[in-house]
Design a protein around this ligand. Structure first.
Ligand code: NAP
Length: 376
């Protein structure tokens, strides 16, 4: 049995990870210990007292630690834990360690070879990559594996990112915002003498009222959007936009040669990130070849016909949410020239964007028999 300590198991990513481990019957094969940053001593999901996530000795007793707690926690605990001599496997959902040279990113449908090589080379730190990056690569890997031969020059993406990407408290607040909005418009909606402008006035008033909860999100997101995700990088980009280039290149085993850029926008979807993508080629590729390559990106990637019915039915958060499908569609050339390819993709960011690569990493570790001795 693999002995694994879980930190952050009740957060957005952690809950989905636990669900998936349960669903796949894998939790039964894990000797799990649960940690908490806020409720050490209270009963955990296994009805055992939660260990403190700041107790270095308790952490060091684990050969494998999975943290879905966040970058602040990782920055606080990881260094001292390693400094204490702990040589276990650290698997992290947060971005704190992703760009460290001794951290390998995990998204095995894209970089299984790199993960295996890292394990053989004794790498002990693994991190899931940014959700939008993971979903983008799962969608277009078929164009990126041979990007040089295919003449791919750059990739641009405009995102429509779900609230869950910000965390559990933000999802709860988004729904609480909806409740306020619905409460404000219900009397107008139910009154046949009131028209659509009265409806809009009631909604806009509630959206800007002090009653709307904004503690977690900072601003209204229900019936709105936020075209800023993450901290500022100082060059006009947000951190989320910066990660697009840095992490995609690292996952592909590149060193920044392939430019990725774009605009990241938070929308009121709950689980799915959507992206409108432009891929620039040196010379146009036949569209049927493009579609065949996209469909071969991963076993979970499905390419939908560029028609109204398929798109509205299948290429939406409503249809993809809660599934492992990576939906791709709207594949067509842009007016700017046949070498500009446009497509749209939707994926559940809590699954392939967050929890699934971590769950699969535990399986890969098990397959490698990498039960590294605690502190050894
Ligand atoms: P989260 O939902 O905010 O949960 C993190 C921790 O916050 C929980 O483990 C819990 O810790 C505490 N917490 C506070 N209020 C909570 C509440 N109302 N419900 C549940 N837990 C609450 O964070 P997350 O979205 O899972 O993200 C964790 C890390 O993964 C972050 O570094 C994030 O950047 C990264 N990541 C997230 C996504 C995503 O889709 N959200 C994708 C990829 C990577 P205690 O139990 O110790 O109190």
């Amino acid at each position: 049995m693999q002995r694994v300590g879980f930190v952050g198991w009740r957060g957005m990513v952690g809950s989905v990870l636990m669900d998936r481990l349960r669903e796949e019957g894998e939790l039964e094969r894990i000797d799990a210990r649960y940690f908490s940053t806020s409720a050490a001593g209270a009963l955990g999901p296994d009805a055992q007292p939660l260990a403190s996530a700041f107790d270095l000795d308790a952490l060091a007793a684990m050969p494998v630690l999975v943290s879905c707690q966040g970058g602040g926690y990782t920055r606080k605990v990881y260094g001292p834990l390693r400094a204490s001599g702990w040589q276990g496997i650290w698997i992290d959902a947060a971005s704190a360690l992703r760009m460290e040279p001794d951290t390998t990113l995990v998204l095995d449908p894209i970089n299984r070879g790199g993960i295996d090589d890292a394990l053989h080379a004794g790498v002990r730190t693994f991190a899931g990559s940014n959700c939008t990056v993971s979903l983008l690569l799962m969608a277009i890997a078929g164009l990126l594996r041979d990007w040089k031969e295919l003449g791919v020059e750059w990739v641009q993406s405009s995102t429509y990112q779900a609230a869950s990407g910000a965390g559990a408290a933000q999802v709860q607040e988004l729904v609480a915002q909806w409740r306020i909005l619905v409460g404000a418009v219900a009397p107008v909606l139910d009154d046949p003498t009131q028209g659509v402008l009265e409806l809009d006035r009631a909604l806009s008033g509630a959206l800007r009222s002090a009653e709307l909860p904004t503690r977690a999100l900072g601003y209204p997101l229900a019936a709105s959007l936020l075209p800023w995700v993450g901290d500022a990088k100082g060059d006009g980009r947000t951190e989320e936009e910066w990660k697009g280039h840095a992490e995609a290149n690292k996952l592909l085993g590149l060193h920044g040669e392939l430019p990725f850029d774009g605009m990241c926008v938070r929308v009121g979807a709950i689980r799915c990130h959507s992206q409108s993508v432009t891929v620039k080629f040196k010379a146009a590729l036949p569209l049927d070849e493009v579609e065949a390559r996209l469909a071969a990106s991963t076993p979970w990637t499905h390419v939908w016909a560029n028609d109204a019915e398929s798109t509205r039915r299948a290429l939406t958060p409503a249809s993809v949410s809660g599934t492992l499908d990576i939906a791709v569609g709207r594949v067509h050339r842009l007016r700017m020239g046949p070498e500009y390819l446009s497509l749209f993709t939707v994926g559940d960011q809590l699954l392939w964007g967050a929890a699934e690569p971590l769950r699969r990493m535990l399986n890969i570790l098990e397959a490698h028999g990498s039960r590294v001795g605690a502190g050894g």
